[in-house]
Design a protein around this ligand. Structure first.
Ligand code: C5P
Length: 222
């Protein structure tokens, strides 16, 4: 039988990472944070050995950087080359660059095979923007998580402060809105609900409630 996949897509700071991780933990499944791959690509582009970041119009070099990403995942830790960059990739500057790079089709192509390789026994929960539409269109359960801009800005604010970054709500709301617009309006794999996806608005929900809903849908879909 095929290895089961649950996809959880949604806009920035919709809570999909937390929900996907907890669902994976509950089912004993693997977890793919696809946004981390775009963030890792952005970070590696920012940290070029020669000190000169790759310009955004050099699509060939950006796709090469994505293709030759030396990363690995170990529990909640994410490594670039052999450096633990779990916190560094969460900076807003990295997220914003990730979203710009992610609009380039050849960059997305370069990360395609790596994403598929996360599908391993006994199953996978994958979160991102195009998990249900492009990467795992035949997933047994697809979820599209949303939340109001206010709820998302507040979540992102808490995350950043927890990680020791500084942040303010006004800048964050502006960043989120810009990033959503870029992710939704790009021509390559835009952010949208997959066909057959269940919609879940988590604005007024705790993470536990959202996790319980996804697990209920999964049990019913099996
Ligand atoms: O989810 P996260 O905020 O970590 O993703 C960072 C950026 O990577 C997003 O703004 C989006 O542009 C891009 N991304 C994507 N496709 C995915 C996951 C993330 O384009 N599957």
């Amino acid at each position: 039988p095929p290895i089961p996949v649950i996809t959880i897509d949604g806009p920035t700071a919709s809570g999909k990472g937390t929900v996907a991780q907890r669902v994976a933990q509950h089912l004993g499944f693997h977890y793919l944070d696809s946004g981390a791959l775009y963030r890792l690509t952005a970070l590696s582009v920012m940290r070029r050995a020669n000190g000169n970041p790759i310009p955004l119009d050099d699509e060939h070099a950006l796709a090469k950087a994505a293709e030759h990403l030396h990363c690995h995942f170990s529990g909640a830790h994410i490594f670039l080359a052999n450096e633990d960059v779990s916190n560094d990739i969460r900076a807003e500057a990295v997220g914003n660059l990730a979203s710009k790079i992610a609009a380039i089709p050849t960059v997305r192509q370069a990360l395609y095979g790596l994403q598929l390789s996360f599908r391993q026994h006994p199953g996978l929960v994958a979160d991102g923007r195009d998990m249900g539409t492009v990467i795992f269109p035949h997933a047994g359960l697809k979820v599209f998580l949303t939340a109001s801009v206010e709820a998302r800005a507040l979540r992102r604010y808490k995350q950043l402060i927890d990680k020791g970054f500084s942040a303010n709500m006004e800048d964050l709301s502006k960043d989120l809105t810009e990033r959503d617009a870029r992710d939704s309006n790009r021509s390559s794999a835009p952010l949208k609900a997959a066909e057959g996806a269940y919609l879940l608005d988590t604005s007024a929900m705790t993470a536990d409630q959202a996790v319980a809903q996804v697990l209920e849908w999964y049990a019913a879909a099996k």
